[in-house]
Design a protein around this ligand. Structure first.
Ligand code: NAD
Length: 319
C-alpha cells in the first residue's frame, strides 16, 4: 500500500504538534509548516518547514504535491488575554484570513485530496451565550451571526470560504469548531495561555492555603476538551463523508471557580480565589454534541478531571 501524505499547517503549535505525532503513528508521511518549531518537544514530522503561510510563494512551495490530507490549523491566536482585549484585532483578522485565503486557493490549485479547517466555538452568537447555565452552541445556531470577537468573525468568514471552494471547485473540505482544547505541551504562560493551563500554573505556583487570581466572578461557564479526544474527533471527521461544520468539544460544563477547585484538589492544596477584573468573553459556553454523534457515531466522553490531572502534572514539571 502506498504511504499516505499529510501537510500540517501550524505544526509548531499545540494541537498541530500533537496531530503530527498521531499521523506518524498512523503511518502517514508528514510535512509540518509553522513560523516556529514546537516549543516543548521535537517535531515528529518527516519534514518541517519554518515559514510564513501568509507568504504566497511559501504556500506554493509547501504544496508541491497533491497531498492526501491537509490540516490547516495555523492561526494568530491565544487565550482570552490575547483575543478579547481588542488590542490584537487587526493582526488576528489579517494574519489568519491571509493564511486561509492562501491555503484554499493554492491547495485547490495543487489538487490536494482533502483539507481540514479548524474553526472555533468563538463563532457562536454572543446573544445565545448570556446565560451561564444555558448556553446554546448547536451548529445551526451560528446565524444570524454575532461572534463576540474579531477572532470569531475571521473563523466564520474562513468556514464560508472553504465551503464556497467546496461548492464551486469541488475542494473536499472538513470543518470542525473546536471548543477549548487543552493538555500537556500547550502554552502555559506568557499571555496566550487558556484557562486550564493558566489555572494549573497558578495553583502549581501557589503555596498550600494560598490565593490565586481569577478574572471576573468565576461564575462564567465553559467546557474543556482534552487533546487526545480532539484529535480522535479530527481523524474520524477526516475519514467520514461529512463536511461539517461540526462541534468538537466536551459537554461537561464547569464554572471557572469549579475549574480552580478541581485543579486545587488534584494538586492536594487549599486555594482561595481572588476575583479581579479581566477580559472575559461570553458568559456561558458548552459544546452541543448532537451533530457529531449523529454524523460520526461518536462523541467525546472523557472526564475533565482526567485530562486536567495530566495537564497539571506536566505544567508543575515545567515550573
Ligand atoms: P497555537 O497557537 O498553539 O497554534 C497555531 C500555530 O499557528 C502556532 O504555532 C503559530 O506559530 C502558527 N502560525 C501563526 N501564524 C502563522 C503564519 N503566518 N505562518 C505559519 N504558521 C503560523 O494554537 P492551537 O491551540 O494549536 O490551535 C490550532 C488551531 O485550532 C487554530 O486555528 C485555532 O484557532 C483553533 N482552535 C483552537 C482552540 C483551542 O482551544 N486550542 C479552540 C478553537 C479553535
Amino acid at each position: 500500500m502506498e504511504t499516505k501524505t499529510a501537510l500540517v499547517c501550524g505544526a509548531g503549535g499545540f494541537i498541530g504538534s500533537h496531530l503530527v505525532k498521531k499521523l506518524k503513528k498512523e503511518g502517514f508521511w508528514v510535512r509540518g509548516v509553522d513560523l516556529k518549531k514546537p516549543e516543548f518537544s521535537e517535531t515528529a514530522a518527516d519534514e518541517f518547514v519554518v515559514g510564513d503561510l501568509r507568504d504566497q510563494l511559501l504556500v506554493q512551495s509547501v504544496l508541491d504535491r497533491p497531498f492526501d490530507e491537509v490540516y490547516q490549523l495555523a492561526a494568530d491566536m491565544g487565550g482570552a488575554g490575547y483575543i478579547f482585549t481588542g488590542e490584537h484585532d487587526a493582526d488576528v483578522m489579517h494574519n489568519s484570513a491571509t493564511i486561509n485565503l492562501n491555503m484554499a486557493y493554492y491547495g485547490n490549485k495543487a489538487g490536494i485530496k482533502k483539507i481540514f479547517y479548524s474553526s472555533s466555538a468563538c463563532i457562536y452568537p454572543a446573544y445565545n451565550q448570556l446565560d451561564a447555565d444555558n448556553p446554546k452552541c448547536c451548529e445551526d445556531s451560528a446565524y444570524p451571526a454575532e461572534p463576540d470577537s474579531e477572532y470569531g468573525w475571521e473563523k466564520l468568514f474562513s468556514e464560508r470560504m472553504y465551503l464556497a471552494f467546496h461548492r464551486n471547485y469541488g475542494l473536499d473540505v472538513r470543518i470542525a469548531r473546536f471548543h477549548n482544547i487543552f493538555g500537556p505541551e500547550g502554552t502555559w504562560r506568557g499571555g496566550k495561555e487558556k484557562a486550564p493551563a493558566a489555572m494549573c500554573r497558578k495553583v502549581a505556583e501557589a503555596a498550600n492555603g494560598g490565593e490565586i487570581e481569577v478574572w471576573g466572578d468565576g461564575l462564567q461557564t465553559r467546557s474543556f476538551l482534552y487533546i487526545d479526544e480532539c484529535l480522535e474527533g479530527v481523524r474520524r471527521l477526516m475519514d467520514s463523508n461529512f463536511n461539517g461544520p461540526v462541534n468538537i468539544g466536551s459537554e461537561e460544563m464547569v464554572t471557572i471557580n469549579g475549574l480552580v477547585d478541581m485543579t486545587a484538589k488534584i494538586a492536594d492544596k487549599e486555594i482561595k480565589i481572588k476575583h479581579i477584573s479581566g477580559p472575559l468573553g461570553v458568559r456561558g459556553r458548552n459544546s452541543d454534541n448532537g451533530v457529531i454523534l449523529d454524523k460520526l457515531g461518536w462523541a467525546p466522553s472523557g472526564k475533565l478531571h482526567d485530562g486536567l490531572k495530566e495537564t497539571y502534572k506536566w505544567i508543575s514539571e515545567q515550573i
